[in-house]
Design a protein around this ligand. Structure first.
Ligand SMILES: [Zn+2]
Length: 268
């Protein structure tokens, strides 16, 4: 009975993963394979903790929003988020935009004028940018930009020498309260593949910031890499790490299980 239930949950999980079609990351290069398993192992003890499970649970249905997009993981050229709102330089996905507006109001109360200079960018726009840029280090290849997700914003400037303007100082202190996280911090250039960008924030939900700060040392890239490689696409983990894989699968199905079985029973 228990086994049957578990099997059903695993099947549901796999179905969910295949339906979550946003980030069809073609990322199974041998180099990637080598990196994954140690990464999952390093955090294995963390997600055994009750606190981790509690913090992770609200993110289970945010897989598209939290898709891993970096130098190695790309979005399809035709990926366009379905709930984009706003206009001009402040087009974002609905949830991200409403939190940005809240954040702008709070900044204003503190005497800070916070404004986006770039938000959602289509694949085609990114193509144009990469052709025109004089700073190729700062511009992601088409499909590899967080801006295509409709959840990333460049605030106030894109000039490295502006890193200490009041708006960016304010963001460093308060962005997390509104679910925004600095994507390319100082000291993480090696991991992210980008120089420090004091202006580029990605909305990862307030719960995502909580998980990032409490379990991943404040690193957005570490957290998203972990979620992608170890939990949401566990089938891509190196097969020699079978135990880790099983632990992760049971964690995912255990938390996902409750919700999904409710859905199933409702449908009946
Ligand atoms: Zn940016």
């Amino acid at each position: 009975m228990v086994n049957k239930t578990n099997c059903a949950l695993v099947v549901l999980l796999l179905l969910t993963l295949s339906v979550q079609g946003c980030a069809k990351q073609a990322s199974n290069s041998p180099a990637n394979e080598d990196k994954k398993a140690p990464m999952c192992e390093a955090f294995a003890q963390e997600f055994d903790k009750e606190e981790f499970r509690a913090a992770y649970k609200p993110l289970l249905d945010k897989q598209e929003l939290l898709a891993l997009v970096d130098k190695e993981h790309s979005l399809p050229a035709d990926y366009i988020p379905q709930d984009l709102v706003g206009s001009g330089k402040s087009i974002l996905r609905q949830e991200a935009r409403s939190w940005m507006l809240k954040m702008q109001k709070a900044a204003e109360k503190d005497g800070i004028n916070l404004f986006p200079v770039s938000a959602y960018r289509s694949y085609a726009y990114q193509q144009m940018l990469t052709r025109r840029t004089r700073n190729p280090d700062y511009v992601a290849a088409p499909g590899h930009s967080q801006h295509q997700l409709g959840t990333a914003v460049d605030f106030n400037t894109v000039e490295p020498e502006d890193e200490n303007i009041p708006a960016l100082k304010w963001l460093r202190k308060h962005a997390g309260e509104y679910g925004f996280s600095l994507s390319f911090p100082k000291g993480e250039e090696q991991e992210t593949g980008y120089p420090y960008e004091a202006w580029h924030y990605r909305y990862i939900t307030p719960q995502g910031v909580f998980l990032q700060d409490n379990f991943f040392g404040g690193s957005q890239h570490k957290m998203l890499t972990f979620l992608h490689m170890c939990l949401w696409y566990p089938e891509t983990i190196n097969t020699t790490q079978q135990t880790v894989k099983e632990n992760l699968l049971s964690l995912t199905t255990a938390t996902l299980g409750n919700k999904k079985s409710e859905n199933v029973s409702q449908k009946k």
